[in-house]
Design a binder for this molecule. Structure first.
Ligand code: AMP
Length: 558
């Protein structure tokens, strides 16, 4: 039976080609993102052969955006976001202002007028949340200060664009009146002000409802589902909440689904089940994120490169060069280190989904010609393609800054331990990891269980996969430069070998190890562990301590 479902065609051909081109890109040592984008161009309307349904592709891509933002929310607490507001808010707003100025200049140079310039400039000023987050996740930077600042910046930017989208139609309306020689009344100006206030009010109301009601209802609900004992139902509950909240945000509050999903993640992050929730959505999120890139690729007409290359080159230069300079300048102005400025700037060196939405609004209300839309699309696709390259440059700057950091550490003031290596992220290691996160310590994990490696990656925690007994693994985790090392593997004799190896790589590192028996304690001591904690002994001690309160002395002495 011939199947002509456009959704099935999109998914099967989209995934298939994304896989093929993604594999080729990886082979060529490029980011797989480039492959996904090329797959999109191939199934797009501007190239011969099969053409996927563009509207459908955009919808499917939006699911990717929702799941991605939801994942970000899960790893962030509102506290994290508030902690970076001092820098993120002013820097984001100033950057929008300056980058919009550049867009206006470009539009004027091309003879398009001020309005087009404003829309073009706004579209060029806002980064792609999806690409930025992926880059941060790939480099395991989400939980770092730099990562938090980037996410804070992206959130402020997204909010600013929500306001811009409300203002643009009002502005278009007023402009038509001016063109027709009609006077603008004070009432209309008030209307515009009211529209902005209303939008911000809706965002605030939504946030309030989520933080007050959502924070209670969602964890309660998830708890109940867990007790039902069905993994499938739990997975479904998580998905239903993420998509449901995102949809409600856009349908009821006129907020973007992306922002809605972020809130859904934020409230779930407060619940202890959040890690499990995050894991449940991982595979689906990755699959739909691929479709996001495919759908971006579909929008691009490669012929524009030949037809009219100069304006496009100017657009790309604005996005990659001028915007990056502005970003680095502003971050330095607000006291950020060179390393932070490099990472944050590199992760934001592209435009994406919000730019397309803005361009759509601009076209719809006649504020912008088609040609300007082509520039936005072309600029997006090229900047996304070269974004891994920009990151490579930033990584080099970052590394230099890191070396400077180490040199500065030789200064006389004794600093608290900066580099920690944690071996094993099971029941014991994950608790230590949590404490290290809270202390803001810089640490890497060695873990050989694949699921845990994936979990750590998704949380942006530096992890070296593999067995800690291998010298190579230990070196990669930075044992040679570590101040402190926790060996939490359950096998005391294996732990002994790890301690021994650590000592040869770094005689000065302090090693804390876990043991289960007296023999293991002895063994670890011989190999030079500084502190050995025996699980069984600790458990017994804790029980005895409690027991002395109930049956004084006799039990304690027993
Ligand atoms: P737990 O006993 O729950 O604290 O878990 C111990 C963790 O250590 C598990 O996640 C193991 O995968 C991990 N582990 C055990 N041996 C090694 C090893 N030699 N190298 C790296 N990770 C290990």
């Amino acid at each position: 039976m011939p199947h002509d479902s456009p959704l099935i065609a999109l998914l099967s051909i989209g995934f298939g080609l994304a896989f093929v081109f993604g594999a080729i890109a990886t082979r060529l040592k490029l980011s797989p993102l480039v492959g996904y984008l090329v797959a999109g161009v191939v199934i797009g309307p501007f190239t011969p052969g099969f053409t996927a349904d563009a509207n459908l592709a955009a919808d499917v891509a939006e699911i990717g955006v929702i799941l991605l933002m939801f994942g970000v929310g899960l790893h962030f607490s509102p506290k994290d976001l508030l902690s970076v507001r001092g820098v993120a808010v002013p820097v984001a707003l100033l950057q929008i202002l300056l980058a919009t100025g550049l867009g206006i200049a470009l539009a004027m140079a091309l003879g398009w007028g001020f309005e087009t310039g404003v829309v073009l400039g706004l579209a060029l000023s806002v980064s792609s949340t999806v690409v930025a987050l992926r880059s941060l996740q790939e480099r395991r930077l989400m939980q770092t200060e730099r990562g938090k600042l980037t996410v804070g910046w992206l959130v402020v930017e997204d909010l600013a664009m929500v306001v811009a989208m409300v203002l643009l139609p009002t502005w278009a309306h007023i402009r038509t009146q001016v063109d027709n020689g009609e006077a603008i009344t004070v009432l209309q100006m008030q209307d515009a002000g009211l529209a902005v206030a209303l939008t911000l009010g809706k965002v605030a109301l939504f946030a309030l409802i989520m933080l007050l009601a959502g924070k209670r209802v969602v964890p309660w609900l998830l708890h109940r589902v867990v007790h039902m004992g069905s993994r499938e139902l739990f997975r479904l509950a998580v998905l239903a909440i993420a998509l449901g909240v995102a949809y409600a945000a856009s349908a009821v509050f006129d907020i973007s689904v992306a922002l809605g999903a972020l809130f859904a993640g934020l409230i779930m992050a407060e619940s202890e089940l959040s890690q499990q929730a995050a894991n449940e959505t991982l595979p689906l999120r990755d699959a739909f994120a691929v479709l996001f890139f495919v759908s971006v690729g579909m929008l691009f007409d490669p012929m524009i490169l030949l037809r009219n290359p100069w304006p496009l080159i100017a657009t790309v230069v604005i996005i990659l060069v001028f915007r990056s300079l502005i970003s680095v300048g502003l971050l330095k102005l607000f006291g950020q280190s060179r390393e932070t400025a490099a990472t944050v700037t590199a992760s934001r060196a592209q435009i994406g989904e919000f730019s397309f939405i803005l361009a759509g609004v601009g076209l719809q209300f006649g504020l912008m010609p088609e040609a300007a839309n082509d520039l936005i699309l072309g600029g997006a696709i090229i900047s996304i393609m070269v974004s891994p390259l920009v990151f490579a440059i930033a990584d080099r700057i970052g590394r230099k800054a890191e070396i400077l950091d180490i040199v500065q550490q030789v200064a006389p003031t004794p600093a608290p331990p900066k580099r920690v290596v944690l071996v094993g992220y099971g029941r014991v290691g994950s608790l230590i990891g949590k404490a290290l996160d809270e202390a803001g310590a810089m640490y890497s994990v060695i873990e050989d269980r694949e699921d845990l490696v994936e979990l750590l990656n998704s949380r942006g925690i530096a992890v070296v996969p593999g067995n800690a007994i291998s010298k190579d693994t230990m070196e990669k985790a930075g044992v040679a430069r570590a101040d402190l090392m926790f060996v939490t593997v359950p096998d005391g004799f294996e732990a002994g070998r790890i301690v021994e190896l650590a000592r040869t790589l770094n005689p000065n590192v302090k090693v804390y190890a876990r043991a289960h028996s007296d023999a293991e304690v002895e063994h670890l001591r011989t190999f030079g562990a500084d502190l050995i904690v025996s699980g069984e002994q600790e458990i017994a001690d804790a029980m005895i301590e409690k027991a002395t309160a109930v049956i004084p002395r006799r039990v304690a002495r027993a």
